[in-house]
Write a protein of this length. Structure first.
Length: 273
């Protein structure tokens, strides 16, 4: 099984371990409309393959993902912002549709390994938070930057991260939007292994995938279901609340300023309006 969409590619040539590679097409594997539409189906396809017992998720090129492709998503979000109350109501529904791919990774019977090199920003962190094991290169860097663009993380950042790295570090990453390096990510528990470079990352991800694939698949799926049961209701509730807040916050002057600053490549000046 080898399937390529516009935004992701599935390669099962190393079965029983498959690899899902982010392709973009936005710069840095940024996540645009194609990605949010294609990811749930891609995960479902690999999940349905009886020969696959583990899944690696990684980015193409030098980076995992720059996160949300803001220029591409503006084509979908813009009309909602210009549609009054009806548009604000639709924003949480759009966020729910966008989250389906991450939810599919979390709910998959397969153990999922996120292999991170280069930048992992915003929705990229929210994606790896939905995976089971996270490994990175020494040059990997992470940032939950939604606060910098005037929105609340609503794709699992504020919902899953406290279970991974604790409340204190989640608050620091979400409220500051600062970058952290691989050593810090290892220290706080965002990743569990750090390797030298991209080649070592490929080898380690495959090695972990093969070890996971050697375990009884029904038991592995049962462990995932048991662990997910602890948090899945909270994840759904918190994501929904964050998306509702974004439906309001995206009407603010600060959000408009964040978008202008992003497009003009300058620091935004927020006024709390």
């Amino acid at each position: 099984m080898s399937t390529e969409h516009r935004s992701v590619r599935i390669d099962a040539s190393n079965a029983p371990v498959a690899t899902l590679t982010l392709l973009g097409p936005g710069r840095g594997n940024a996540m645009g409309p194609d990605f949010w539409r294609e990811l749930p189906a891609a995960v479902a396809a690999v999940d349905a393959s009886a020969e696959i017992r583990a899944l690696i998720v990684r980015g193409s090129g030098e980076h995992f993902s720059y996160g949300l492709d803001l220029p591409a998503m503006a084509m979908e979000i813009g009309p909602l912002l210009n549609d009054g109350a009806r548009g604000r109501v639709e924003i949480p529904a759009l966020a729910e549709r966008m989250h389906r791919g991450f939810a599919a990774l979390a709910a998959s019977r397969l153990p999922v390994i996120a292999a991170i090199d280069g930048w992992c920003i915003g929705a990229g962190i929210e994606m790896i938070a939905a995976c089971d094991i996270r490994i990175a290169t020494k040059s990997a860097k992470f940032a939950l930057r939604e606060v910098k663009v005037g929105i609340v993380p609503d794709l699992g950042g504020t919902a899953r991260l406290p279970h991974l790295i604790g409340e204190a570090w989640t608050r620091e990453l979400a409220l500051l939007g600062d970058d952290i390096d691989a050593d810090t990510a290892l220290r706080i528990g965002l990743v569990t292994h750090v390797v030298e470079d991209a080649d070592a990352l490929t080898r380690e991800a495959q090695r972990l995938g093969e070890r996971l694939a050697a375990n009884p698949p029904l038991v592995v799926a049962g462990i995932k279901r048991t662990l997910n049961a602890r948090i899945e209701a909270d994840v759904a509730r918190i994501n929904r609340d964050a998306a509702i807040q974004n439906g309001l916050l995206m009407q603010s002057e600060d959000f408009a300023e964040a978008m202008r600053a992003f497009m003009e490549r300058r620091e935004p000046v927020f006024k709390g309006r």
